[in-house]
Design a protein around this ligand. Structure first.
Ligand code: NAD
Ligand code: MG
Length: 390
């Protein structure tokens, strides 16, 4: 039986790597729909090679340009425009599996639409879960969706856990972190970091936003929150271990002293293939781990003084309500400002911390209210960025 897929965020790093895995198994997977935001010129060649039934651009003008381009190229792909088109394709009755690979809170609504339609949802878009937390997990249960993590750490933990998930035998979840490109820089040097340096990750090839998050350790903070929700564990059951080689992708420690680790080369096609085929296994295209060439694996504790984002994320999770939505919104604005030269690297945690201090974070019963908090937090963060400057 072929599975029909909608890929949200198809032009991005995860989207393209998903297409790479899918292309290896034409007998198993059929691409029903692809979506992206504004970069129609990246989407056009995907439409011609993958030939999905539908494509949607959240930006209407980009959709129009893509439509014209594809018409001239003689393609029959149907082009839709606007945010509601993304949700429509995520929830479409002909779709079995939705790959949620939009970056940021922009992915909340289409990802939730897939969950509410009871799809098999492969989650890369960690921000969607960080922002909506309990509402997201309740919707998964209520609509009997199947949620499988694509984030390499959570996919690793998922593979190391018992089939039913965390039980009394599980003592701790150990999230590994590469430590990012600036692990060894001192506090002074961190102030001088440029966007070009921050988007170059030593082990992974990723989109610009998550690359900056990896450099500040906010990525690990978001993943810490993601782990608490996905595996239904309290904050004190999750530890972060810095492991610069990214060979162990995360671990589960058991009551009897056993520690199970999932290992592999750092290639997102492994967790993507795992999510697509689970509980079976298929070829991913990833290079195999060569134990004869592996030199010492190194482990250390994260430095929360130089990298305060991890502490801020943990505190936001402990605070509850919509604090994690505020944290995420402020971080998205601060990272965008850093990438276009309006904020220094060490300004990112500073803006996030001060936004958390200024913005109320009440518990919310619906997504609309959460997105209101997200909007307010962005306004606060943008004001702080303007006042602060570089
Ligand atoms: P990316 O920047 O390469 O791609 C982002 C995709 O999202 C693009 O297709 C873009 O068109 C789409 N998008 C952006 N804004 C949008 C909007 N407003 N509306 C609709 N679509 C929008 O990002 P990425 O590196 O592929 O990361 C995607 C998600 O996966 C992020 O949440 C990231 O944290 C997570 N993730 C990525 C990696 C990785 O290796 N790249 C690993 C683990 C988790
Ligand atoms: Mg990760």
């Amino acid at each position: 039986m072929t599975k029909r897929l909608t890929i949200l965020g198809a032009t991005g790093s995860i989207g393209q790597q998903t297409l790479d895995v899918v292309a290896r198994h034409p007998d198993r997977y059929e691409v029903f729909a692809l979506t992206a935001s504004t970069r129609w010129e990246l989407m056009a060649p995907l439409c011609l090679s993958v030939r999905p039934r539908y494509v949607a651009m959240s930006d209407e003008a980009a959709a129009e340009q893509l439509r014209n381009h594809l018409r001239q190229a003689g393609s029959e792909v149907e082009v839709l425009g606007g945010n509601s088109a993304l949700a429509f394709l995520a929830a479409h009755e002909e779709v079995d599996t939705v790959v949620a690979a939009i970056v940021g809170a922009a992915g909340v609504r289409p990802t939730l639409a897939a969950v509410e339609a009871g799809k098999r949802v492969l989650l890369a878009n960690k921000e969607a879960l960080v922002v909506t937390g309990a509402l997201f997990m309740d919707a998964v249960k209520r609509h009997k969706a199947t949620l499988l993590p694509l984030d390499s750490e959570h996919n690793a933990i998922f593979q190391c856990l018992p089939a039913e998930g965390v039980n009394e035998g599980v003592e701790r979840l150990l999230l590994t972190a590469s430590g990012g490109p600036f692990r060894e820089l001192d506090a002074e040097a961190l102030k001088q970091v440029t966007p070009a340096q921050a988007v170059k990750h030593p082990n992974w090839d990723m989109g610009p936003k998550i690359s900056v998050d990896s450099a500040t350790l906010m990525n690990k903070g978001l993943e810490f929150i993601e782990a608490c929700w996905l595996f239904d564990v309290p904050v004190d059951k999750v530890d972060v271990v810095v492991h610069p080689q990214s060979v162990i992708h995360s671990m589960v420690a058991y009551r009897d002293g056993s520690v199970l680790a999932q290992m592999g080369t750092p290639d997102m096609r492994t967790p993507i293939a795992c999510g697509l085929s689970w509980p079976e296994r298929v070829e991913s295209g990833a290079q195999r781990l060569d134990f004869s060439a592996l030199t010492g694996l190194h482990f250390e504790a994260p430095d929360l003084q130089r990298f305060p984002c991890l502490r801020l994320a943990r505190e936001a999770m402990e605070a509850g309500g919509t604090a994690t939505a505020v944290l995420n919104a402020a971080n998205e604005e601060a990272v965008a400002a850093f990438l276009d030269g309006r904020l220094g690297f060490t300004g990112i945690p500073d803006v996030v911390e001060r936004t958390l201090q200024r913005q109320d974070a009440p518990a919310c019963q619906d997504v609309e209210s959460v997105m209101n908090v997200d909007r307010q937090a962005r306004e606060v963060a943008c004001r702080l960025i303007e006042e602060r400057g570089c």
